[in-house]
Design a binder for this molecule. Sequence first.
Ligand code: C5P
Length: 224
Amino acid sequence: AGPRPLAGRTALVTSGPTHEPIDPVRYIANRSSGRQGHAIAAALAARGARVTLVTGPTQQPDPPGCAVVQIESAREMLAACEASLPVDVAVFNAAVADWRVAGEADQKMKKDGGGPPTLSLVENPDILATVARAGALRPALVIGFAAETRDVVAYAQAKRARKGCDWIVANDVSPATGTFGGAENTVHLIMGDKVEDWPRMGKDGVAARLADRIAEALAPSAGT
Ligand code: C5P
């Protein structure tokens, strides 16, 4: 396939956390570093794909050769992802907040002596599930991530079916592994009934191997 097996292909990658506003100065977020998602975007671009990276706030430099769209909230991430379609492959690595605050305050909330406010939460859109069910705009290959702390492969298989994606990269994020925010990852690539258990490796290694698998799957000779 040569060194640029994804030349002429387009890709969408999501990365990082989302920030869900409480008021103009406060938000709810999570500890995602964006390392894995940014590395995947870079690996796809290095193989010749035209990559749109939709990312929440991270400390990561923009990966070379990618169009980077910076967003904050899950709803902004969904809009940016939908705007990037159609693409050949979409990889959803972002740690999207499950909930956002209902009725974000448009002024900073004050300590007015009345005690702490009660925040009520509403569910965010599931970006992966939405794109996986986008009808004619559905990418040929839709890949999700599953972070689990036990029964990693079984839970990830169920998630694959529920979300309607083709592959799931399942990673073990039990605290002992140091995966969240760390430089390494232990993953299982779930492609339907086929499961590959990858050795523990750097997030760049995971990105390179995943990009190679994607190139194989999209290659005309790979069949269906
Ligand atoms: O349901 P859960 O958050 O465990 O699913 C993880 C997968 O779904 C990841 O690929 C993540 O990027 C994606 N996801 C999403 N939108 C959400 C929640 C998760 O795209 N609102």
